[in-house]
Design a protein around this ligand. Structure first.
Ligand SMILES: Nc1nc2c(c(=O)[nH]1)N[C@H]1C(S)=C(S)[C@@H](COP(=O)(O)OP(=O)(O)OC[C@H]3O[C@@H](n4cnc5c(=O)[nH]c(N)nc54)[C@H](O)[C@@H]3O)O[C@H]1N2
Ligand SMILES: Nc1nc2c(c(=O)[nH]1)N[C@H]1C(S)=C(S)[C@@H](COP(=O)(O)OP(=O)(O)OC[C@H]3O[C@@H](n4cnc5c(=O)[nH]c(N)nc54)[C@H](O)[C@@H]3O)O[C@H]1N2
Ligand code: SF4
Ligand SMILES: [Mo]
Length: 749
């Protein structure tokens, strides 16, 4: 039954040829024909592992290993473009601080010591099992990521819940996309971002709300720049960002006042008769109530609430009312807020009432963040059961059990706690063991000091990462050395629902193993290896994921295998098997396979995934923020992305000497010249920023891009989340990272 984990044979197995299957050598396509060692000058395309744009990067191989990366001109996403992170994506893999072996804390000396995989697996199982025995099966939890392959996410969620008997697990997509997930689910009946990137090029009006694609999604911004229709671009952001500077109209909204503005726009459009009565009647429900609700949101009232000029408001209404193809785009300025879900839905409502959905250049479009946040939304098996199902629904449990060939009894009947609730559980000593995979909460979690305080209550903390040096890994009892992007294979799903391939183009250093194989080792060591016999490789799990997708809104049973994905340049879901397939009819046939159209959007037929096929209007009155600025803390602190060369907590981008030259080494704070003058702060001066939670030192960057009374800190520096306030949207439980009150003081000289 229980197979002993033999790491040596596993490592041997993984010492085989790189990019085993999918490599183009000149003049030959080599599935099954690839030489054991790749010929020099071979190239192969894989999807970038940073942001959700999902660019195709061409790896140039010598002696079978990648020596360089360039942007793939043929890939339908990026059309030959890439941002600095993509060009430099190999650098973090050869960093000197890679974890080469498992590391176990020696409690006496309080240092991390090298141990074998066998020992690491023994510690992992005995200590987690001991905690479960003493405190119940649900006393261990995991926190995972939107930055590993879908096959790996599904494996972790299934292993932890169906194999190890755990219940509570969540991921960093809670910090990022939980709001979009809930908003879409309630409005459309399923978490289904409707757009395709061609929509950037086909709109005549693009409205960006709380999104700064020039910095956060630079290649998507390049797609906007290819738009031949001289579009009007409206940007709703408190800051005059790089994106706002390039806009036709910038609405410098008061922080967290979006909901009032969006209801005001709905009111004005309705008054003007700029609604699509036929679409509303045939494809939506609840419009009358919504129209009555927004009657009070007069232009005067919302311009005052959002602190914007009436003429700017009227221009915005005019653009939307007269545009033929209007698209709405949002990101973290919306998702990270105390009333985030209703704000996202207020955007969706605008698209629904104007019939701006399902046609080229339209849509209520949430741009995703991490390379595989979309995979996590479908398959993390965290707060929803594999494939966007419901743990509490018996039919769903029976179906999943049947597909996986496991007894229904192993599937929990309850939902997991969300991220913040897991931390609360640790504080109450109900969670005693934690397994963190591919995320760095000691830096990125909101009100981070609390995270670090709570961590001390844990009896056993396992961190699975590329580096033992992250703020989180440094606190671990056991570190499992993971292979990273480019050292493993699997699929990622990008913002436009395109499933793309990641390949092994570099050998992982030392004994680092890809997450997939770490999960296999854990399954074997735990004693549930048999349950996961079919989960033998990422390619095998991809077939399981297909079965889990059958008949669901994201059905991709029409994708045969990785090679099919490779040849098509990624495939957007849905892509059901040919029988009865809409996409099959659209696409062309290539020998035995159906090849999809290059770009496809959802809802062209005006049918949604709700029980009656109609999209719903959701709305609630705006609520005040928890921590308004006052005399003692007179500034509102905004946080977000700083430069296109920095990725989150910097564990990867900080390893590239080229990228490091593209951003300031020390933390800086944007402050308005008027405020700086008043406080006598000079450029570059070191000043103190204090919130009710902590006080940090930053250097002042005086800039008119930030309004008076507000300051901005890039999230990439560790100190930022010592200041933030742990407030959550009640529907999505996503943290409100972008609003708290601070004061600024000069240092005594
Ligand atoms: N270079 C780089 N690119 C990235 C990332 C990275 O770390 N580095 N991370 C990726 C990830 S995971 C994500 S989620 C995305 C995030 O992508 P974005 O959401 O575009 O980036 P942010 O800078 O977090 O936030 C966007 C804007 O919201 C504005 N904002 C703040 N408060 C409000 C408000 O109340 N209302 C409105 N309307 N706007 C507000 C901010 O001023 C900011 O300009 O980026 C992805 N791309
Ligand atoms: N103040 C503030 N805070 C924020 C935000 C904000 O706007 N403001 N944004 C939030 C958002 S949207 C996000 S998404 C989060 C991101 O927050 P995090 O997820 O904590 O940030 P990352 O730096 O991406 O951490 C990923 C970790 O995974 C490791 N890793 C990379 N690839 C792999 C792999 O293949 N396998 C394994 N096992 N490990 C790997 C990296 O080395 C790194 O340590 O931050 C959130 N925090
Ligand atoms: S835009 Fe995103 S996916 Fe494209 S190269 Fe840059 S980080 Fe990678
Ligand atoms: Mo994110």
């Amino acid at each position: 039954m229980n197979t002993t984990p033999d790491h040596r044979s596993l490592l041997r197995q993984w010492d085989g040829p790189l990019t085993a299957d999918l490599v183009r050598t000149p003049g030959q396509f080599g599935l099954g024909q690839v030489p054991a060692r790749l010929k020099p000058d071979a190239t192969t395309t894989l999807v970038c592992g940073y942001c959700s744009t999902g660019c195709g990067l061409q790896a140039h191989l010598q002696q079978g290993e990648a020596v360089n990366l360039t942007a793939d001109p043929a890939y339908p996403v990026n059309l030959g473009m890439a941002c600095p992170k993509g060009w430099e994506a190999l650098a973090p893999l050869s960093a000197p601080d890679r974890a080469l072996t498992p590391l176990l804390r020696n409690p006496k000396a309080d240092i991390l010591e090298t141990v074998s995989w066998v020992r690491a697996m023994r510690e992992f199982t005995t200590r987690f099992k001991a905690i479960q025995q003493a405190h119940g099966p649900h006393s261990i939890a995991f926190l995972s990521t939107g930055q590993i392959c879908t096959e790996e996410m599904a494996f972790l969620g299934a292993l932890f819940k169906f194999g190890m008997g755990g219940l509570h697990g969540d991921s960093n997509t809670r910090q990022c996309m939980a709001t979009s997930h809930v908003a879409y689910k309630e409005s459309f009946g399923f978490d289904a971002p409707p757009f395709t990137y061609a929509d950037f090029e086909q709109s005549d009006v693009l409205v960006f709300i709380g999104a700064n694609p020039c910095i956060a999604h630079p290649i998507l911004w390049q797609r906007v720049l290819r738009n031949p229709h001289q579009p009007a671009i409206v940007v709703v952001d408190p800051r005059r960002t790089e994106t706002a500077m390039n806009a036709t109209l910038h609405l410098p909204i008061a922080p967290k006042s979006d909901l009032a503005l969006l209801y005001g726009l709905a009111h004005a459009l309705d008054r003007r008769g700029a609604v699509n009565a036929r679409f509303i009647q045939e494809s939506t429900s609840g419009f009358e109530e919504f129209a009555r609700f927004v009657e009070d949101y007069t232009p005067e009232r919302v311009c005052a609430a959002s602190e914007i000029d009436r003429t700017d408001f009227d221009r915005c209404v005019e653009f939307i009312a007269t545009g033929r193809r209007v698209s709405f785009w949002w990101t973290m300025g919306v998702n990270q807020g105390h009333e985030a879900t209703r704000t996202a839905q207020a955007i969706i409502n605008l698209a629904l009432m104007t019939g701006s959905i399902g046609r080229p250049g339209t849509g209520a479009n949430s741009i995703t963040g991490q390379c595989n946040a979309m995979g996590s939304r479908l398959f993390a098996n965290a707060t929803s059961l594999l494939g966007g199902r419901d743990f509490q629904d018996m039919e769903h449990r029976v179906e999943v059990a049947r597909i996986l060939g496991m007894p229904e009894a192993v599937i929990p009947k309850q939902n997991s706690w969300a991220y913040d609730q897991i931390l609360d559980g640790i504080e109450r000593d109900e969670i005693r063991g934690l397994w963190i995979v591919g995320t760095n909460p000691a830096h990125s979690w909101i009100d981070q000091d609390r995270f670090n305080r709570i961590r001390k209550r844990l009896e056993f903390l396992v961190v699975q990462d590329l580096y033992p040096t992250t703020d989180t890994a440094r606190q671990a009892d056991l570190i499992l050395p993971a292979a990273g992007w480019g050292e493993k294979e699997g699929t990622l799903i990008n913002s436009e629902r395109r499933i793309g391939l990641v390949k092994r183009i570099v050998r992982a250093p030392g004994e680092a193993l890809d997450d997939f194989h770490i999960f296999q080792l854990v399954a074997a060591a735990w004693g549930c290896g048999d349950q996961f016999r079919e989960w033998s490789s990422p390619a095998a799990v991809f077939q399981i994921l297909k079965r889990l997708s059958a008949g669901r809104p994201f059905d991709f049973t029409g994708i045969e295998d990785y090679r099919h994905l490779e040849d098509a340049g990624g495939i957007q879901w849905p892509f059901p098997a040919p029988e009865g397939s809409v996409c099959g009819r659209e696409g062309r046939r290539d020998s035995q396979r159906i090849m999809p159209l290059r770009e496809r959007r959802l809802f062209g037929d005006g049918r949604f995934f709700t029980s009656d096929g109609r999209a719903r209007f959701h709305f609630d009155p705006p609520r005040p923020v928890s921590e308004p600025a006052n005399a003692e803390f007179p500034f509102v602190l905004l946080t977000g992305r700083g430069t296109s060369a920095q990725w989150h907590t910097g564990t990867r981008t900080g390893k590239s000497t080229i990228l490091r030259q593209l951003y300031p080494e020390q933390i800086y704070m944007e402050i308005n010249p008027e405020d700086a003058r008043r406080l006598r702060i000079t450029a570059g001066e070191s000043v103190q920023v204090t919130s009710r939670r902590a006080s940090i030192l930053v250097s002042a960057h005086i800039s008119p891009t930030i309004a008076a009374g507000q300051v901005f800190l890039p999230m990439h520096y560790e100190a930022v989340n010592r200041l933030t306030l742990a407030v959550f949207d009640p529907h999505s439980r996503q943290p409100s990272y972008k609003h708290c009150a601070v004061c600024i003081s000069r240092l005594p000289n």
